[in-house]
Design a binder for this molecule. Structure first.
Ligand code: C5P
Ligand code: MG
Length: 340
């Protein structure tokens, strides 16, 4: 795969792992993915590595971050919403597509402000939630919906999940998609998730017969993704706050705030600027908010795998941790939570 370099501040190297991705190889002549590193990348990476496995927390956006932008069967890969919409009756699909046609351009517009987009997204989610409830779909439908979906994991994601499980590193999957759908995707694509993988997303509500009757009251849209609001009351929130370093991966400007409220020292932000057109139009916007930007639906590796390898190596070199003090207080609570 070719090397692509944009501008002096950019350090780019070949993203060879794409050829090994589960998704179909890129069509001939497709532009090569490039990696753009911001001025803070090296220092933040150094701090993440130095902190070792015990201080690390990984946060992934789901749609088009853990999954690819291009589907394995060609065309756009399905989002959580697309996955459930695809197998509903035609009239439902048409209405969902019409809503998509109105609201998706607002979501991705580089000209509209976040303040403008916020309430518009809420309207979109309310309309689609009602539409899905109307269909009377069941929990059992989800398994087949996912099996039929045009969706694949991005190269490097499964390896990162396996690495985190081996080292007991917490992983938060923070998505404005649908938690029930993404959990089924991951179950089918990578198998059961480690207990320290938490899904923070929109939740479907089913009745005793397994029929979809609504959604949890807290709606997560692409512009309400901050840890304080979405998981501040979760039982694992304290455990996450005790981690000093976050590596966060997302594909939209709204993903850059996913660690807000955790109070960590270092947040290393990796952004996927998937769309070829956007790679030209929005590169400056993305490089301003992400420390590393991977264009053209490129793989998370080798950036992620080499980072995790170095974190692991630094931990192996570090002296054994001091024994847990036999006193109460906040420090002891944090250590006990980490030890789980
Ligand atoms: O996991 P992530 O936060 O990326 O999920 C949100 C994505 O779901 C958005 O990028 C949005 O375009 C997509 N979406 C959709 N249909 C909806 C609502 C959101 O495809 N009805
Ligand atoms: Mg996304």
């Amino acid at each position: 795969m070719e090397l692509a370099i944009f501008g002096a501040a950019t350090f780019a190297f070949a993203l060879r792992a794409r050829a090994r991705a589960s998704a179909a190889p890129p069509p001939k002549g497709a532009p090569a993915p490039a990696l753009h590193l911001g001025k803070d990348f090296a220092e933040k990476r150094r701090r993440v590595v130095e902190g070792g496995v015990d201080n690390l927390h990984l946060i992934f956006d789901f749609d088009r971050t853990m999954t690819t932008y291009e589907g394995p069967r060609g065309g756009r890969g399905a989002t959580c919403h697309h996955i459930v919409e695809a197998r509903r009756p035609r009239s439902v699909r048409e209405r969902a597509e019409a809503l998509n046609g109105v609201f998706y351009p607002v979501e991705i517009s580089a000209r509209l402000s976040r303040e403008f987009k916020l309430p518009v997204m809420e309207v979109w989610y309310a309309l689609v939630n009602d539409l899905l409830v109307e269909t009377g779909m069941t929990r059992a439908d989800l398994e087949e919906d996912v099996r039929e979906a045009n969706v694949a994991l991005r190269a490097g994601v499964a390896g990162a999940l396996a690495w985190a499980a081996r080292h007991d590193v917490p992983v938060t999957i923070f998505s404005a998609g649908i938690g029930d759908v993404l959990a089924e995707c991951l179950r089918q694509l990578v198998g059961p998730l480690h207990p320290r993988v938490r899904v923070v997303s929109n939740e479907m509500r089913f009745d005793a017969r397994g029929v979809l009757v609504g959604f949890a009251p807290r709606v997560i849209t692409p512009f309400t993704k901050n840890a304080r609001d979405a998981m501040g009351d979760a039982p694992f929130f304290g455990e996450l706050c005790a981690r000093r370093n976050v590596v966060l991966l997302g594909d939209g400007p709204g993903d850059a705030t996913m660690a807000d409220g955790l109070g960590c020292e270092t947040v290393l932000r990796v952004g996927f600027l998937n769309d070829a057109g956007a790679a030209l139009r929005q590169l400056a916007e993305f490089t301003a908010i992400f420390d590393a930007v991977i264009t053209h639906d490129g793989p998370a590796d080798p950036l992620l795998s080499t980072l995790l390898r170095d974190v692991e190596a630094a931990s192996a070199r570090a002296p054994a941790p001091a024994p847990v003090p036999a006193v109460g207080g906040a420090a002891a609570v944090a250590i006990a939570a980490d030890a789980r």
